[in-house]
Design a protein around this ligand. Structure first.
Ligand SMILES: [Zn+2]
Ligand SMILES: [Zn+2]
Length: 175
């Protein structure tokens, strides 16, 4: 579900990533307007928990997961920013592409790199919704990224341990 306007190619790339790793049949929902109460003028960012609540309220009853995608810069009070957020073992996940863009850091835009980073963060947050915790393998999609360099150190895939755990959890919970 796009939150506000999200470029079509980012939505399509997200759907490709989902079907590659998860037994889900993605369908796109109409964009959810950004909840005005999420805006934090003093930080110049959007509050992630408010968006997560709006996603939960908009989640169709038949959805195995609801993944929200936003171009907005998101944060929670404790952290200066988030690449994404997810319910642990719950249906709701959120990914922000704001800090996955090279131009956020004053660099030349790199579309392929953006799509690669997006795939990693989509896998990471959907992994949490499937009960996966952070992984110590820096190449695994489930490793914690506190800055974009650590996103780049990851692969857009799960390590053998997380991958088999994911399959077990997906098959034991009917998705
Ligand atoms: Zn995480
Ligand atoms: Zn792992």
């Amino acid at each position: 579900m796009p939150i506000g306007a999200v470029p079509e190619e980012l939505l399509a790339a997200t759907e490709r990533t989902v079907v590659e790793w998860f037994p889900f049949d993605p369908y796109r929902l109409p964009p959810l307007p950004m909840p005005p109460s999420a805006w934090q003028p003093e930080r110049g960012q959007y509050e992630s928990v408010t968006i997560m609540k709006a996603l939960a309220a908009a989640c169709p009853p038949d959805a195995a997961r609801l993944l929200g995608l936003t171009t907005a810069d998101i944060a929670i009070p404790m952290l200066s920013f988030l690449f994404g957020q997810a319910q642990f073992n719950g249906p709701i996940a959120l990914v922000s592409v704001s800090r996955l863009r090279q131009d956020f850091y004053g660099l030349e835009p790199d579309h392929d790199l953006l799509l690669e980073r997006l795939a990693k963060e989509v896998l990471h947050e959907l992994g949490h919704t499937s009960g996966l915790i952070h992984c110590a393998d820096p190449q695994c999609a489930m490793s914690l990224s506190t800055h974009v360099g650590l996103v780049d150190a990851k692969q857009a895939s799960f390590c053998a341990v997380c991958g088999s755990q994911l399959v077990r959890r997906l098959t034991s919970s009917n998705g």
